[in-house]
Design a protein around this ligand. Structure first.
Ligand code: PGA
Length: 260
């Protein structure tokens, strides 16, 4: 049986306020994680702090993620960051299509798809976010919305490319609200996503691709969520800004890994 390694990624969003604070947070996470490798860990820092955080993570098993990128290799795109710039700053991963970009800044599936292809071409591991709004859930459209996001965001990818992609299911109504999906609700959507991947990319790829859950993951609900068979990790916002909370979630991942 194939076991997907639990993957816990922090999404710091537009925090903390200074590079000194960013380095201190990375250092605290690094010390807490040590050299253990049962759980894969990455930190998503603001673009301007990536190089500083990368130095703090040097020689540790912790990955570093950009929170967005442009699809173009270079050119006249004021304020944007390319895949090669992320790599040069020490990134291993990039978060794409976060709901705050989709809903707050009008990012479309087509744009996410272009970014995804550029990230893969550059050798970054993408974390692609999908998830429904409260209104979509309440009108029973969760599966159709998620299926549409998968079709659009993953268009044109081969199974080999898809094997390198991590998905993050983040119900928009659970992000930063303290309102977590129940493990049952999350597992149902994760299983649906895996079935959709199987139909589109084949069973083998569906078994390889990690699907993180995101939305108010905290140390006290992480173990139950991560214990679900199709939940392979977490994308953590608020709780990743406090090292002890983030380490608590990693610890929950360790416990679940042992039991898997
Ligand atoms: P949250 O954010 O953990 O603060 O809900 C998750 C995310 O936006 O990735």
């Amino acid at each position: 049986m194939l076991t997907r390694k639990i993957f816990i990624a922090g999404n710091w969003k537009m925090n903390p306020g200074t590079s000194e604070q960013a380095k201190a947070l990375a250092k605290a996470v690094r010390e807490g994680v040590g050299s253990a490798s049962e759980v894969e860990v990455a930190l998503g820092a603001p673009a301007i702090f990536l190089s500083a955080v990368s130095e703090s993570l040097n020689d540790s098993p912790i990955g570093l993620a950009g929170q967005n990128m442009h699809w173009a290799k270079d050119g006249a795109y004021t304020g944007e960051t390319s895949a090669s710039m992320l790599l040069d700053s020490g990134c291993t991963h990039v978060i794409l299509g976060h709901s705050e970009r989709r809903h707050g800044m009008g990012e479309t599936d087509e744009q996410v798809n272009r970014k995804l292809k550029s990230a893969l071409e550059a050798g970054l591991y993408p974390i692609v976010c999908i998830g429904e709004t409260l209104e979509e859930r309440e009108s029973d459209r969760t599966e159709s919305v998620v299926a549409g996001q998968l079709t659009g965001s993953l268009a044109g990818l081969s199974p080999e490319e898809m094997n390198k992609v991590v998905l993050a299911y983040e119900p928009v109504w659970a992000i930063g609200t303290g309102r977590t999906a129940t493990p049952g609700q999350a597992q149902d959507v994760h299983a649906f996503i895996r079935r959709t991947l199987a139909a589109r990319f084949g069973e083998k790829t569906a078994l390889i691709v990690k699907i993180q859950y995101g939305g108010s993951v905290k140390p006290d609900n992480a173990e139950e969520l991560l214990g679900c068979p199709d939940i392979d990790g977490a994308l953590v916002g608020g709780a990743s800004l406090k090292a002890s909370d983030f380490l608590g979630i990693i610890e929950a991942g360790r416990k679940v890994s042992v039991a898997r």
